[in-house]
Structure formats: structure tokens, C-alpha cells
Design a protein around this ligand. Structure first.
Ligand SMILES: [Fe+2]
Length: 295
């Protein structure tokens, strides 16, 4: 299949109101007001009986890819048992989600969370277990997606009539065009590099090759790059755990983060420390690692 680009990454948190301002401080662009996605008949492996799934969330203004932060809810896909941190990766809306579900099933990847409406699979979270503890989110474009404001009133509409999760003034301030997030790479901790590369290649259609460090495999065919990292060298669990953000002036970003009170580390990577990065302490960002690098 053709490689499919990521549209957003999803981060799961315990307290969205507390996390949202921290992420905005680190990334230096606003997040949307808190909204809710409220399908009445969500079901997932944790609770297969169709039920209300009242998911509070916020989206980063930056795109390609954006960042969605969601609060713990329910006993399944978004439960506290999943832990804070990297949760899912999402792709452009599909014309027919049923087809994608069948393709995934043919690869041995079932469904965990799902929501069926008006004869369509509106939203599907594929089972994260065969995908290194990362959910893949598949949606169909549809006018009935159940987004509402945090107070349950309708979400805003832009002058062209389209729905937006943002304040109108925020979108007008950027001339109607959301800026790039600057995310150039995401990292996923995996327990078996070769096996993970085969699975991810089958699902998103891009090829992975071993990197010089021997502990990761990377695909350069998509934006952002996707790096699979041998788990023992990195994280305590499998899953999505870092994003590299490219900035024009690393020194300026470092100074900005310091003055904002964000806890940071300066890192030198690569051969003879050729690569400089400024890492934000994952404890500050819900166990997720944002790593700034000079463009
Ligand atoms: Fe999402």
C-alpha cells in the first residue's frame, strides 16, 4: 500500500487542565480550548457494551502532524490503566473505514475501540497490542462527529461554515492557515526491532532500515520520520515516547524554555556529539519526551 502520513499523535494524561498549559509553554503555540468527543455508543475491549465515551481533549494549533492531548476516561482504550504518555497515531480521513479494518484484520490486527453511526465506522482504534502498544486511529470524514465544547455547547464554525475546535480568533490570527508543528520525527519503543519494522511497514506502507546506532530502525519515506527504538535501550514500556521538533534557533528555544521554567536537558548525540538537542524533562510532559533540534 501507499505510505500514509501521520495527521496527529495522541497523548493520554491524567489531568488535562493541568497538562494543557505546560504543553503550550513548551511548544510556544496555543492548544485549542478543551472540547469533548462524545460518541453515545462507543465500545472497546475493556467495555464491549456500547456506552457513552465522554473524552475530553485539546489539539495543538501546529499541524503536519498535530498533537492531541486526551484525558483518562472509561475502562478501555483511554483508561488510567494505559498510563500517561504516548497513546496513538492518527492518519488522514478515509472514504471507507470498513475497508481499512478488513485490511488490518488480514494482517492479524483487530479492533479495540470503535464507534458505528449512520452505517459508517466513524472512528476505529486498532488493537495496540500487535503495534507495540501504539493505537492507530482511523476515521471517516463525516458531519456527525460528536465534538462539543467542554460545556456541551456546539463547537465553533469558521466563516466558511466548517467546524473548528479552536477559538475563531486563534485561527484568524494565523490567517486561517494553521502553522507547521515542526515535528520531524517520532519515536516508538519496541521489544523486537525486526518484527516491529515488518508490522509497521505492513500497516503504514513505508520501509524501515537499520540506523547507524544499531539500536533503532527508521523510515524516511514519511513526514515525520518514524523511528522504532529497541526498548531495552530507552523506555520502561513499549510505545510512542518521543517527538523531535525542529526549530530555527536552538539557543533561542533553550533560553525561552529556561525563562518559562520548563525543566530541560542539553544533549549531544551522534558521532563526536555532532547533533545537539534540547530535551524537555518527560516528567513535565506526562511521561512524553519533546526533543528540540536545530533545523
Ligand atoms: Fe486522535
Amino acid at each position: 500500500m501507499q505510505p500514509v502520513p501521520l495527521t496527529h499523535i495522541g497523548i493520554l494524561v491524567k489531568d488535562l487542565d493541568a497538562s494543557r498549559p505546560r504543553w503550550a509553554t513548551v511548544l510556544d503555540l496555543p492548544f485549542s480550548p478543551i472540547t469533548r468527543y462524545r460518541p453515545q455508543n462507543w465500545s472497546d475491549l475493556g467495555n464491549p457494551v456500547p456506552h457513552l465515551h465522554d473524552a475530553r481533549l485539546t489539539f495543538f494549533l501546529g499541524v503536519n502532524p498535530s498533537i492531541e492531548i486526551l484525558e483518562f476516561v472509561g475502562n478501555g482504550t483511554h483508561s488510567p490503566a494505559k498510563g500517561e504518555g504516548g497513546h496513538h497515531v492518527a492518519f488522514p480521513p478515509l472514504a471507507d473505514c470498513a475497508l481499512r479494518r478488513q485490511e488490518l484484520a488480514d494482517l492479524g490486527i483487530g479492533t479495540d475501540g470503535e464507534f458505528f453511526h449512520a452505517g459508517r465506522w466513524m472512528l476505529t482504534f486498532a488493537d495496540a497490542r500487535p503495534m507495540n502498544n501504539v493505537y492507530t486511529e482511523w476515521v471517516e470524514e463525516h458531519p456527525d462527529h460528536p465534538d462539543v465544547k467542554d460545556d456541551l455547547s456546539p463547537i465553533n464554525r469558521l466563516p466558511d461554515g466548517s467546524k473548528t475546535l479552536f477559538d475563531i480568533a486563534t485561527i484568524e490570527a494565523v490567517g486561517g492557515v494553521r502553522p507547521p508543528s515542526g515535528i520531524t520525527e517520532i519515536g516508538i519503543a519496541v521489544d523486537d526491532l525486526d518484527k516491529a519494522a515488518i508490522t509497521w511497514q505492513a500497516v503504514i506502507g513505508c520501509h524501515f532500515h537499520g540506523d547507524a546506532d544499531q539500536t533503532s530502525m527508521v523510515s524516511n519515506e514519511l513526514h515525520p520520520r518514524i523511528r522504532l527504538v529497541q526498548q531495552s535501550d530507552t523506555a520502561s514500556r513499549q510505545g510512542l515516547y518521543f517527538a523531535v521538533v525542529s526549530v530555527p534557533d536552538l539557543g533561542r528555544t533553550q533560553a525561552r524554555l529556561r525563562s518559562a521554567g520548563a525543566p530541560i536537558f542539553h544533549k549531544r548525540l551522534g558521532p563526536e556529539g555532532s547533533q545537539e538537542e534540547v530535551w524537555v524533562d518527560p516528567e513535565y510532559l506526562n511521561d512524553f519526551s519533546i526533543r528540540f533540534r536545530a533545523a
